[in-house]
Design a binder for this molecule. Structure first.
Ligand SMILES: NC(=O)c1ccc[n+]([C@@H]2O[C@H](COP(=O)([O-])OP(=O)(O)OC[C@H]3O[C@@H](n4cnc5c(N)ncnc54)[C@H](O)[C@@H]3O)[C@@H](O)[C@H]2O)c1
Ligand SMILES: O=c1ccn([C@@H]2O[C@H](COP(=O)(O)OP(=O)(O)O[C@H]3O[C@H](CO)[C@@H](O)[C@H](O)[C@H]3O)[C@@H](O)[C@H]2O)c(=O)[nH]1
Length: 327
């Protein structure tokens, strides 16, 4: 009997890497995706069901057809800036759509859910490194929609006996080391792909948003985690729930902070290319420093990243943009 795992957003950047990892572990991912930002040609390891999170009928039909052991819920809108301008879209998709999915799970007796949450739920953290107990005080609509669904999961778990893993990703980056998948967002807003586009001459220059932060070099610090490491953490979470493990909320990061300037230095080191830059003012809503305490991921899921050093992240992402990288 094939073991099916339903992956919403499986055609997206992170979801497609998760599907590959599930397949390698002997499971069959069933992608449920409306292809709003995902790509059909990234769905290679199981069926693609083209559908909306808000479509309760299609969700129930898909669940009845495959009887998945677990749902991994990656489908969402995920641009912080857009969420400030278009909160309606974010509440509709990330809250109403996610609740429609959760109710369908209840109705179809699917009681294991892995959720793509985010360190954006912490807002400007009260202390560093960020622990799971650090107060969650999101500073933008995107982070709030993700926190609302975390709360729904907790309430549904207490009342209806579902079990969940809320995985709070830090900054996903890099690409499949085999070169089968890439980060393909349109528009691309993330730092590393934009910097690589600039290094490759496909973008005139990279805007650096703020050089006056109270960090060592004045630029923002983030915790970059390789997308294939993230995928492995999802496998660990699925296995945890399948083995009867309890609900948990876990940070997924490398545990290290890297500044914007350090990213540019790594690109120079690994590709030999300078990134042409322009200095701009701060981007609204950007916390100065975010990085994870990773102890719980290690203790509860046995998860430790192996590809998340910056040079490996750049080396795996570089070829997507036509850049030669050092071995
Ligand atoms: N990229 C990051 O650094 C990061 C960090 C923290 C959390 N996350 C979360 O991880 C998840 C995946 O992010 P990503 O970077 O791969 O984004 P992505 O845009 O590449 O993937 C999202 C996928 O969800 C699909 N989708 C969106 N709305 C849908 C709907 N209503 N019905 C069906 N499918 C829908 C899209 O078509 C796409 O394939 C998101 O939930 C995001 O909030 C991402
Ligand atoms: O052209 C650019 C793009 C970004 N940055 C800076 O680079 C850092 C990283 O930015 P970006 O790559 O856009 O990621 P975040 O804004 O940190 O958001 C990502 O990481 C979050 C977790 O930290 C997730 O929740 C979001 O979904 C995901 O988009 C920030 O300090 C930005 O100000 C620049 O200086 N220039």
């Amino acid at each position: 009997m094939p073991r099916y795992i339903l992956v919403t957003g499986g055609a997206g950047f992170i979801g497609s890497h998760i599907c590959k990892a599930l397949s390698r572990a002997g499971m069959t991912p069933v992608t449920y995706d409306n292809l709003s930002t995902g790509h059909a040609d990234s769905v290679r390891w199981g069926p693609l069901i083209r559908g909306e999170l808000g479509d309760a009928v299609a969700l129930r039909r898909t669940m009845a057809e495959f009887s998945p052991d677990c749902v991994i819920h990656c489908g969402a809108n995920a641009y912080v800036g857009e969420s400030v301008e278009m909160p309606r879209k974010y509440y509709r998709n990330n809250v109403v759509g996610s609740l429609t999915l959760l109710e369908a799970c209840l109705d179809q007796d699917i009681d294991r859910i892995v959720f793509s949450s985010t360190c954006a739920t912490y807002g400007v953290p009260a202390s560093l490194p960020i622990r799971e107990e650090t107060p969650q005080q999101p500073v933008n609509p995107y982070g709030r929609t993700k926190l609302i669904f975390e709360m729904a999961l907790e309430d549904f778990a207490a009342a209806y006996g579902i079990r969940f893993a809320a995985l709070r990703y830090f900054n996903a980056a890099g690409a499949d080391p085999d070169g089968e998948l890439a980060e393909r967002h349109e528009p691309e807003t993330h730092l590393i792909p934009r910097a690589l586009l600039a290094a490759a001459g496909r973008l005139e220059r990279l805007d650096i948003f703020g050089t006056d932060y109270s960090t060592a070099d004045g630029t923002c610090v983030r915790d970059y985690i390789h997308v294939s490491d993230l995928a492995q953490a999802h496998l660990a979470a699925v296995n945890h729930l399948m083995a009867g493990g309890g609900s948990l909320s876990v940070n997924l990061g490398s545990g290290r902070g890297t500044s914007v300037r350090e990213i540019l230095a790594a690109i120079h080191r690994t590709t030999g290319r300078e990134v042409p830059v322009r200095y701009r003012s701060r981007r609204a809503g950007d916390p100065p420093i975010l990085f994870a305490n990773t102890a719980r991921a290690k203790a509860e899921l046995g998860f430790a990243p192996t590809l998340s050093d910056i040079d490996t992240i750049i080396r795996t992402a570089g070829p997507t943009f036509g850049l030669q990288v050092t071995a």
